[in-house]
Each structure stands twice: as structure tokens, then as C-alpha cells.
Design a protein around this ligand. Structure first.
Ligand code: AHG
Ligand code: MN
Ligand code: MN
Length: 350
């Protein structure tokens, strides 16, 4: 018997039906997002044939150069999401402030936080890139969403996921009831279920980190990476390095194959340590998915999902992946870490 075919909208709908009080809003919201992703995916697939390469000449709020595709993805998602009546406010990595829902449209009960285009440095190289999203239920009573609706802990998310524009286009998402992956069938234009109840292995063989930053690592990270390069008694081989430089792609591999992904803090200037990845648009959604898949995610000495956002563009360290691998890293932190150094860094540190 062939496997039954299930599209993403059917799946989301069925998941939502489990909740008696469900209104269909979350289904509608996620559905609108898949439309935006199909548009972005089509542009990405056309590569040099579409007018998507190059810079806009501007920098975003955290100082990154805005690429043309960053802007296209940002606008596409906004246009797909502003009128559905599911959202009360949006925030994006590419926008300095809250993105309000236009006056003429109804306001809904959800908040959308997103990284429209992740892996910008890989766009022209035809390397996997993605879109990351995080959904919260509003805490304000009604009307326009507020800053407080957005500055939340990852543990409060109601849904999170990513679109991966790779050799195929995928959506991987969770609503807190497991992780599911769907692959876009270009022939029919639908995301079809290909990865059910995704789980990450308890231990992996790969580590993923930008080693060019080694000089700025703290002692535990340095010692841990040295340790990974020694023979692992379980396999007789050292861990292998895999680093793409697109979080979505590095995360997806880690989710499927196990292992560990690290973007630790940079202590090159001990007075002013800095982090790279953004709490609300990258760290929180990916940590939710990783925990749902049975893995672990920490930021400094804390569970990443417990980090409270102080500003919209907070950047924090992140270490995530297979449970045993993250636990081993934590042992190194306990052995070599000084409290201050492994502490969580918040604030939009550049
Ligand atoms: P973005 O393209 O949204 O700015 O994100 C880039 C991020 C992330 O995708 C990746 O994990 C990391 O930057 C790579 O950083 P380095 O180039 O410093 O390794
Ligand atoms: Mn990103
Ligand atoms: Mn981005």
C-alpha cells in the first residue's frame, strides 16, 4: 500500500482540530506563510535569472548589509500576512520597530516574528538559505499589538518553523506537538508530508561552528572543540566539521543527523562580549523545534527557551543539537567556565 498523501494545510488543520477551542486562526496564519514561502522559493530557484542578487546599499538595525533578496522576502511575507486577520503585529529582523497591521484590516490574536531570509551571505553561491518564523499568542487585550506582545520567552511560543530553500524546498514546523517536515512538490505547488514526527539522534558525529572565530571563544568552547577533534571512542573517529553559514541549513542537518551546532559569544573584547544570532527570529524558534525533536538548546548557562527578550533585536549565544552532545558541552562549561563568561548576553550587541 502506498503511503497516504498529506498536504501541509490538511495537517495543520487536523492538528488544530485536536483543540476544542481552536478558531482556525493558527491554521490560516501558517497557511498564509506557506504562500509567501512559495513565492520566495520561486525567486530563489530562478537565481541569476531573477533580479534578486546584490545589495540594497543599506544596513539593517543590527548593522548587517541588506541584500536585495532580504528586502524581497521581507516584503513578500508582509504582503501575505498583513490582511488575514490572524495577526495583531509583526516584527522582523529586517525592520527596526514593530510592523503594525494596517488600520483597514482586522487585528487577530497572534504575533509573528520572522527572519525573512536567513543565510544572506550564501545567496549568490546557490547554497541553501531559508526563512524562519515564530508565533506567539498576544498578551494585550485587543487592538494593535504592543512591544510586550513581542518581547517574550521562547517557551511561550505557540508555533515555530522554517522554510529551507535547498535542493528541494521544505517547511519544518512545530506547534508543540512534535516536529513535521513537508517538501514542496513543484509539479502541484503543494507542500507534502515527507518527514513525520522528526526526532534528532541522541548523539551525533558532526559539529558545526564558525572556526574562524576561535580566537574570541571562551575557555570551555575552546576545550570542547579540541575534544571533538580527538578520536570518539564510540566511532573510533573524531567528529567531522560541517558548517554552511546558513542557520536554517546547519540546523536542518543537525536535526536530521544529530550532532551539535554552536554560535557562542565572542569575547575578543572581554569588556564588550558580543553574539551573532538573534534571540527572537533565530534562537527561540530553532530551540523550540530542537526540544520538540528530543534535542537540547542552551544559551550560556540557561535553557535557550527561558531567555527573556529585553529588546526586539537581542542577540544571544546558542548551542543546540543532540542531547548527549549538548550535555558534554555543558560539562566543559562546568569544568572550565567562569560564571561571567558563560553568562547569557542580551542587548542588541553588534
Ligand atoms: P542572516 O542571513 O539572517 O543575517 O543570518 C545569518 C546568520 C545565520 O544564518 C548563520 O548561522 C550565521 O549568520 C553565519 O554567521 P557567520 O558568517 O559569522 O559564520
Ligand atoms: Mn538569519
Ligand atoms: Mn536574515
Amino acid at each position: 500500500m502506498p503511503k497516504s498523501m498529506r498536504t501541509v494545510q490538511r495537517h495543520i488543520l487536523e492538528e488544530e482540530r485536536i483543540h476544542e477551542q481552536a478558531t482556525g486562526d493558527l491554521t490560516g496564519l501558517l497557511w498564509d506563510l506557506t504562500i509567501a514561502a512559495k513565492v520566495i522559493s520561486q525567486q530563489v530557484n530562478r537565481g541569476g535569472l531573477a533580479d534578486i542578487f546584490g545589495d540594497t546599499g543599506e544596513a539593517n538595525v543590527t548593522g548587517d548589509l541588506v541584500r536585495r533578496l532580504d528586502r524581497i522576502a521581507q516584503d513578500t511575507i508582509y504582503r501575505a500576512m498583513d490582511h488575514g486577520g490572524h495577526l495583531c503585529v509583526m516584527v522582523s529582523e529586517e525592520s527596526p520597530d514593530l510592523i503594525p497591521i494596517p488600520k483597514k484590516y482586522p487585528k487577530g490574536k497572534y504575533v509573528l516574528l520572522y527572519d525573512p531570509l536567513d543565510g544572506s551571505s550564501n545567496i549568490e553561491a546557490n547554497v541553501s538559505i531559508g526563512t524562519i518564523f515564530s508565533v506567539h499568542r498576544r498578551i494585550s487585550a485587543s487592538g494593535d499589538g504592543t512591544l510586550e506582545d513581542c518581547l517574550r520567552k521562547g517557551s511561550e511560543q505557540v508555533a515555530a518553523g522554517y522554510f529551507l530553500y535547498g535542493s528541494s524546498t521544505m517547511i519544518v514546523y512545530t506547534t508543540g506537538q512534535g516536529v513535521f517536515g513537508f517538501t514542496l512538490d513543484p509539479g502541484i505547488g503543494e507542500f507534502v508530508l515527507t518527514h513525520e514526527w522528526m526526532t534528532t539522534p541522541a548523539k551525533g558525529k558532526y559539529y558545526s561552528i564558525n572556526e574562524g572565530n576561535a580566537e574570541g571563544w571562551d575557555e570551555p568552547t575552546r576545550k570542547y572543540v579540541e575534544y571533538l577533534k580527538q578520536k570518539d571512542p564510540a566511532t573510533g573517529r573524531p567528529y567531522s566539521l560541517r558548517y554552511i553559514g546558513s542557520l536554517v541549513a546547519d540546523f536542518h542537518r543537525t536535526l536530521l543527523y544529530g550532532g551539535i551546532f554552536l554560535y557562542p559569544a565572542d569575547f575578543s573584547n572581554p569588556q564588550k562580549p558580543k553574539s551573532k544570532l538573534r534571540l527572537l527570529y533565530e534562537v527561540a524558534p530553532m530551540s523550540f523545534i530542537m526540544e520538540q525533536a528530543g534535542g537540547a538548546a542552551i544559551s550560556g548557562t540557561q535553557r535557550a527557551l527561558d531567555v527573556q527578550a529585553a529588546t526586539l533585536h537581542d542577540k544571544v549565544p546558542i548551542i543546540l543539537g543532540s542531547k548527549q552532545d549538548v550535555e558534554t558541552y555543558q560539562k566543559f562549561c562546568a569544568q572550565y567556565g567562569s560564571g561571567a563568561k558563560s553568562a547569557v548576553l542580551t542587548g542588541a550587541s553588534k
